[in-house]
Ligand binder design. Sequence first.
Ligand code: PLP
Length: 219
Amino acid sequence: MSKNFIAIKEELDSAGASLIAVSKTKPNEAIMELYQAGQRAFGENRVQELVQKYESLPKDISWHLIGHLQKNKVKYIAGFVDTIQSIDSIELLKIVNKKAQENDRNINVLLQIKIAQEDSKYGFEMAKLVNQLDPKLYKNVKFCGVMGMATFTDDQAQVRSEFERLNKYHSRLKEELFDSYPGFRTISMGMSGDYKIAIEEGSTMVRIGSLLFGTRNNN
Ligand SMILES: *Cc1c(COP(=O)(O)O)cnc(C)c1O
């Protein structure tokens, strides 16, 4: 496991992309192994599991929520979560902002945008996002960029074109909504199976689980 980690880290470092180690379903011992090797940013997709791991692991870990977040669960993570990568509606954004304010802190957010051809349930439609979002209204969130998932397919050309599209969306949002937000620079794309393509298409942050921790039995 550590051997994989070191090789992947080197590859990402030279590409200028950061690594979120996706530890969902994996035990604390597995997380600690990467922690000892220097990794500090971990991703989880379930609130309850995230809270348990936050409570039992070192406090200098940066926790990223990467899965769909229900509005009534924001309160459980608002006090500690570093980044919510899966902001997929204006309603959710409002609540995250409110709970961050109640906790007297800022929460980093990524806007999850639909790029896959398959009918994925979550994520903004780009056109709607541009029309609906007014960044000024959210004082307690820091807009850090975008997140997306490509279609689950062997067709590399398709995956590549979806990542290329997310990169363009990021540029367009930067121009049209986040011109005065220098922190809006993250393009979170790429998982175990497609991160090399993602990097070639401009990813600045990859979310890798199974390549680091081994395959999961369930999600
Ligand atoms: C599980 C998950 C990952 C990591 O997937 P692997 O294929 O195990 O690398 C990345 N992003 C999201 C949103 C996930 O849910």
